[in-house]
Design a protein around this ligand. Structure first.
Ligand SMILES: *[C@@H]1O[C@H](CO)[C@@H](O)[C@H](O)[C@H]1NC(C)=O
Length: 194
């Protein structure tokens, strides 16, 4: 019996330790793909050097991804018989830009480390790199990595959760608050709509 209890205890420790490994970390790809971040940065800088507005678009793409099911790249999924694409949700259709920039960064990263770096992480890094590149002395941050890509998307959730241009201020504030974002965050993110 004591052996069984000990075995169960060890198994629980194992579960806990794997749960810890699943935590995001800025060192997530240091061993598995050490050039991931520099490769993404080069791709993002190339795109913004070509069209400066792309910096704003990539930040907006990131937060429109995160508002729906979390930062899981669900926004990249196209419509299929089993997937309701978020691309055609009201707040995204014909206004979210930069899909091809993320695709390009992903294909560069796939060339050096096939099947290692998630699209969700690429989007998060791209938004940071875009901000850092266009705002001298402006905001940059360490991006914690290790997100998994979603295999599902939800236009219904996208339509329900993303801020709409006709929302009143109190509604906008509550939408951002639900995602843990302040009024100050909302103003900063709204500034990327250009
Ligand atoms: C998205 O935009 C296209 C092109 O303007 C339009 O044909 C389509 O109906 C829109 N989709 C949705 C779901 O509103």
């Amino acid at each position: 019996m004591a052996v069984k209890v000990a075995a169960a205890f060890i198994f629980m420790l194992f579960l806990l330790s794997t749960a810890c490994q699943a935590k995001l970390s800025s060192a997530f790809y240091h061993k598995s793909c050490p050039k991931a971040e520099s490769t993404i940065r080069t791709a993002i800088r190339t795109a913004i050097a070509r069209e400066r507005r792309m910096a704003a678009s990539l930040i907006r793409l990131h937060f429109h991804d995160c508002f729906v099911q979390g930062c899981d790249a669900s926004i990249l999924l196209d419509e299929t018989s089993s997937i309701q694409s978020e691309k055609t949700a009201g707040a995204n259709n014909n206004s979210v830009r930069g899909y091809e920039v993320i695709d390009k960064a992903k294909s560069k990263v796939e060339k050096i480390c096939p099947g290692v770096v998630s699209c969700a992480d690429i989007i998060a890094v791209a938004a940071r790199d875009a901000s850092a590149y266009v705002s001298v002395g402006g905001p940059s941050w360490a991006v914690k990595l290790g997100r998994r890509d979603s295999t599902t998307a939800s236009r219904t959730l996208a339509n329900a959760e993303l801020p709409a241009f006709f929302d009143r201020l109190d509604r906008l504030l509550s939408r951002f608050q639900k995602k843990g974002l302040t009024a100050r965050d909302m103003v900063a993110l709204s500034g990327w709509h250009q």
